[in-house]
Design a protein around this ligand. Structure first.
Ligand code: UD1
Ligand code: CA
Length: 461
């Protein structure tokens, strides 16, 4: 594509969403709608993009920092929004521009490319992307004159007969920049909503006898937009089902899809089983022959082959092959669990490396630690990593045995193959092969309880 640019309309304030965020930041499969559009544009190689922003512009800019932008102070309609980008368009005279709506996230790169080819082939002033929907309610209807598009009529302005039309405006158009600039000057807000409609540009082109091409998308979903929470839920469900279908096709086993949500870009190996309530987000890669779930969230993580992850939360971490964790294990960012590690109930691991085949079976906190292989943690071990000011590391060698209910006060090093007696609070280095006991000796006072009972009577119930 030569000499192409894009304008993305994103000044909507989310009023119909009842959201404090700008509408285009409402998320579909955990990604803001405008980021879906940014991805499609990037896939097409369209780098010169101008976003039209309104309330919450700073938040939108943070989501798409590579877009240039203009402000639309008053929200007077889609045509008015494009008028704000005039200076940007003037830099692209002689070229073509795709205009997209920030609340219609499913326009994909292939559709944009195909529509562009049609636009160039037909030497069109405008090429409009359309779709035929089962239920076209709320969308602008495409009125054809034979092959060519004659105009678009908005839902609010449509008569009974027009409302029957099921071909709708997807809100994505290729324009010759020169034509768009001169047509914008002629828009009038003469309609039910008193707005400057971008869609009227179509009628202007047709009335002038210019070529207006309607490119009907093969997959009608590309046209779907969200104006309110119900619409957003519909988009999420469509995207979710599309992801499930894709992964089933790749050989992933899903016994029951309830609550299984897989974000775009996640990869999953063959014969891995996903159980209900599994949510996979961000840049996540899952190996083969794993069983994930039920009720598990994995974000920005790499999971090796043959892992079993039951009711866990994992963030920005790596699990090598055959790691078994859960139920109720929390793996926090920057952790690496090496092959064959076993971690059990109510264990939290943070910013730590845990060596091969080490077992941390229950009720333990491993934070800021480097743990060797074949270590056994007793129930209730705490690496005490924070003193209210700084964080310190705990280093545990290979083959250590950490007794139940021990505190390892960092910074501290436990040498290879050593033992920590249960109930110890370890403050000093333990050399290899040693036993460290750090607790008071037991005192037994024979008959003490009986004597007390005789003095004070039986204990109150
Ligand atoms: C619009 C189209 C309709 C199409 C539908 C597809 C018009 C007049 N109508 O209707 O034909 O079928 O999209 O989804 O274009 N925006 C601004 N500034 C404004 C107004 C809107 O930036 O002043 C942005 C919104 O943030 C939104 C997009 O433009 O991202 C579309 O606006 P919206 O009000 O949602 O238009 P629809 O009624 O959905
Ligand atoms: Ca809309």
């Amino acid at each position: 594509m030569e000499q192409v640019c894009a304008v993305v309309l994103a000044a909507g304030d989310g009023k119909r969403m009842h959201s404090a965020r700008p509408k285009v930041l409402c998320e579909v499969l955990f990604s803001p709608m405008i980021c879906w559009i940014a991805d499609s544009l990037a896939e097409c190689g369209i780098e010169d993009v101008c976003a039209v922003l309104g309330a919450g512009a700073d938040q939108v800019r943070a989501a798409v920092p590579h877009f240039s932008w203009v402000e639309q102070k008053q929200r007077l309609g889609t045509g008015h929004a494009v008028m704000q980008a005039k200076a940007f368009l003037q830099q692209h005279l002689g070229g073509n521009c795709v205009v997209l709506y920030g609340d219609a996230p499913f326009v994909d790169a292939a559709t944009l490319r195909n529509a562009y080819e049609e636009h160039i082939r037909q030497k069109a002033a405008v090429t409009l992307i359309t779709a035929v929907l089962e239920d076209p309610t709320g969308y602008g209807r495409v009125i054809r004159d034979g092959e060519a598009v004659a105009k678009i009529v908005e839902q609010a302005d449509a008569d009974e007969r027009t409302l029957q039309v099921r071909e709708i405006n997807a809100g994505a158009y290729w324009f010759s920049v020169d034509f768009l600039l001169q047509a914008l000057d002629r828009l009038q807000p003469n309609n039910a909503q008193g707005e400057y409609y971008l869609t009227d540009v179509i009628g202007i082109a047709a009335a002038e006898g210019l070529r207006v091409c309607g490119y009907q998308a093969k997959n009608p979903q590309v046209a779907m937009g969200a104006n309110d929470r119900k619409g957003l839920l519909r988009l999420n469900e469509l995207a979710r089902q599309a992801q499930l279908a894709y992964h089933l096709e790749q050989g992933v086993e899903i016994v029951c899809a309830d609550g299984v949500i897989i974000a775009p870009g996640v990869t999953i190996g063959q014969d891995t089983v996903l159980l209900p309530g599994t949510i996979l987000k961000g840049k996540t890669t899952i190996g083969k022959h794993c069983v994930i779930g039920p009720n598990t969230v994995i974000e920005d993580s790499v999971i090796g082959d043959g892992c079993r992850i039951n009711a866990c939360q994992i963030e920005q971490s790596e699990l090598e092959e055959n790691v078994k964790i859960g139920p109720f294990t929390h793996v926090r960012p920057n952790s690496r669990l090496k092959a064959g590690v076993k971690i059990g109930n109510f264990v939290e691991v943070k910013n730590s490396v845990v060596g091969e085949k080490t077992a941390v079976a229950h009720l333990t906190y491993v934070g800021d630690s480097d743990v060797g292989k074949n270590v056994n943690f007793g129930c209730g071990t705490v690496t005490v990593n924070f003193d209210g000011h700084g964080k310190y590391r705990t280093v545990i060698g290979d083959g250590c045995f950490i007794g139940c209910n021990s505190n390892l006060i960092a910074p501290v090093t436990i040498g290879d193959d050593s033992y920590i007696a249960a109930g110890s609070t370890i403050t000093d280095e333990v050399p290899a092969d040693a036993l460290a006991i750090a607790r008071a000796r037991q005192v037994v006072k024979p008959g003490w309880a009986k004597a007390r009972r005789l003095r004070l009577g039986p204990r109150k119930k």
